[in-house]
Design a protein around this ligand. Structure first.
Ligand SMILES: [Zn+2]
Length: 253
């Protein structure tokens, strides 16, 4: 049984090396240690992946791994006074700039902000899109969330995981904890102290979303709190979907 307490295991999990080794080692991921991983992050809107795991993604890209960010929508309803097309154009450009900073490749999944759908056709389309990324490691939004688009992003990823036979390791991330993400008990922590400025730059690229204010009011607090739990300055926290068999994740056994 996993725990959210800052156990020895949690401290060790704060090492990206261990995290990546777990992703490429035994268990449900293909490949072996030392290979270049394909890391994919799925979010409902532009700025969700950057908010929830921008630091971790920066660390993976800096370590030489291939990083893609799948935006389920282009944030069409995210700019008051703008048409869906205008907002999509502005927010697509912001997402592309954020990905340039994080050295990630943007992928747009084609659903519409505020009207995302979860049905068999959408699952088939999303599974195909995710399979094309040949992921070793996927981060998705935790599906208990007050925003339905965030839920759909998480649930589509879970359905794709099942459809693809669990051929990758799946972790969930949190956004605006307590207000959007609900009922979240982390299993793993990644220290992001050294890449915090890069994460902020990526988040602040979302000018239409007032990234600085969102960061100050929500995500800076979360990074500090998760850092306390992991006993580092700043951290991002994840929930791992039940692949608990890797020795890299249970280092005391
Ligand atoms: Zn969002």
């Amino acid at each position: 049984m996993r725990t959210s307490q800052p156990t020895r295991r949690g401290l060790l999990a704060a090492s990206l090396a261990g995290f990546a080794a777990g992703a490429a080692g035994q268990g449900c991921a293909p490949g072996g240690r030392g290979k270049q991983l394909s890391v994919v992050c799925v979010g409902g809107h532009p700025d969700d992946p950057e908010s929830g795991c921008g630091g971790t993604l920066a660390r993976y890209s800096e370590a030489g791994h291939k990083v893609s960010i799948v935006y389920l929508t282009r944030g069409e309803r995210g700019i008051p006074g703008k048409s869906l097309d205008e907002a999509a154009r502005i927010r697509t450009a912001e997402a592309q700039e954020a990905c340039r900073i994080l050295k990630a490749r943007p992928v747009f999944a084609g659903q519409i902000d505020g009207a995302t759908e979860l049905n068999s056709g959408r699952v088939a389309d999303f599974t195909k899109l995710l399979a094309a990324e040949t992921p070793d490691l996927v981060f998705a939004q935790w599906p208990l969330d007050t925003h339905m688009d965030h839920q759909v992003a998480g649930l589509l990823t879970i359905r794709a995981y099942y459809a693809l036979g669990g051929g990758f390791r799946l972790y969930f991330y949190e956004v605006d904890a307590g207000s959007q993400t609900q009922g979240y008990r982390p299993t793993d922590y990644i220290e992001i102290t050294a890449v915090r400025e890069k994460k902020k730059s990526a988040l602040f690229a979302h000018k239409s979303q007032h990234g600085e204010e969102i960061y100050r009011r929500h995500h800076e607090l979360m990074e500090n709190f998760r850092g306390r739990e992991a006993r580092v300055t700043a951290a991002e926290a994840f929930v791992h979907l039940y692949c608990d068999t890797s020795p890299a994740e249970l280092p005391l056994l």
